[in-house]
Design a protein around this ligand. Structure first.
Ligand SMILES: NC(=O)c1ccc[n+]([C@@H]2O[C@H](COP(=O)([O-])OP(=O)(O)OC[C@H]3O[C@@H](n4cnc5c(N)ncnc54)[C@H](O)[C@@H]3O)[C@@H](O)[C@H]2O)c1
Length: 250
């Protein structure tokens, strides 16, 4: 039996890339998955295919988080897992970055993860515990020049995760919180980056090129996410798990 069987799990940014891979692997494992994304059309279609639920959500909107949790409580009566995955990655170094880009990036990643953890913990407490996975990046650990705001936001997610994990343990809430730090993974986000920065197309026909560059697949990360959501990882808490095959490409 899978470690996520019958668990109620919310995945944000689930209409593409890593979030979609998480939703796929979770539904395969028998979890009850709630997918959210700003992209209503794509998200709703994919959720129908997977047998999951879809709710439109901008993670930077605090009031929408409360509505999403209310729907989950009404439909499932509990929340066991939360993957704060939604994200954007505008390309701008410190000299080119605008205040608008900086604020928007921090709002989606930092505000979004903060609102999600706060709202998620409330429902998880009432459910007797749970597991939160915050999607960070190797950018949090090394600082990527072309991703100034993104690096700052992912660094914030890394430390926020540890503070939340220690709080939940000290308060004996039975809630774990970990961050995941992928290197470059083949998703629309990285395809756009590689095109813009290196003028390389990473579509399916470029499999050899992708492998040679050391770029991973969304499922490489999803397996770690599912492990962290399962009870198999019950002693893994407040940690940062890097998945980059020893190198970050972009
Ligand atoms: N792909 C990688 O190599 C990589 C590496 C490290 C970390 N990450 C992180 O993984 C997460 C997923 O990235 P991805 O590569 O799958 O990107 P992606 O662009 O393929 O998917 C991101 C999804 O998030 C959604 N989204 C964007 N802003 C949102 C918002 N405000 N509210 C709700 N949904 C929103 C998008 O609509 C999209 O469906 C991001 O947090 C990203 O920073 C990705």
């Amino acid at each position: 039996m899978s470690g996520v069987q019958n668990k109620v799990v919310l995945v944000t940014g689930a209409a593409s890339g890593l979030g979609l891979a998480d939703a796929q692997l979770l539904t395969e494992g028998g979890a009850k998955v709630v997918m959210t994304d700003v992209d209503q059309e794509r998200g709703a279609g994919l959720a129908t295919q997977l047998g999951a639920t879809f709710l439109q959500q901008d993670v930077a909107d605090e009031s929408r988080w409360l509505e999403v949790m209310a729907v989950i409580e009404q439909q499932h009566g509990r929340l066991d897992g939360l993957v704060n995955n939604a994200g954007i990655a505008p390309i701008a170094d410190i000299e080119k970055s605008t205040t608008e880009t900086w604020r928007k990036t921090l709002a989606v990643h930092l505000d979004g993860t903060y609102f999600g953890c706060q709202a998620g913990i409330k429902l998880m407490k009432a459910s007797g515990g749970g597991s939160i996975v915050n999607m960070s990046s190797t950018a949090a650990l090394i600082g990527i020049p072309d991703y100034l705001a993104y690096s700052a936001a992912k660094g914030g997610i890394r430390s926020m995760t540890k503070a939340i994990a220690v709080h939940c343990r000290r308060e004996k809430l039975g809630i774990r919180c970990n961050s995941v730090h992928p290197g470059s993974i083949n998703t629309p986000m990285v395809q756009n980056a590689v095109k813009q920065l290196m003028n390389i197309d990473l579509d399916d026909s470029a499999e050899k090129k992708r492998k040679a560059m050391g770029i991973g697949e969304p499922r490489d990360v999803a397996h770690m996410v599912v492990y962290l959501l399962s009870d198999d990882s019950k002693h893994v808490n407040g940690t940062e798990l890097v998945i980059d095959n020893a190198d970050t490409v972009v």
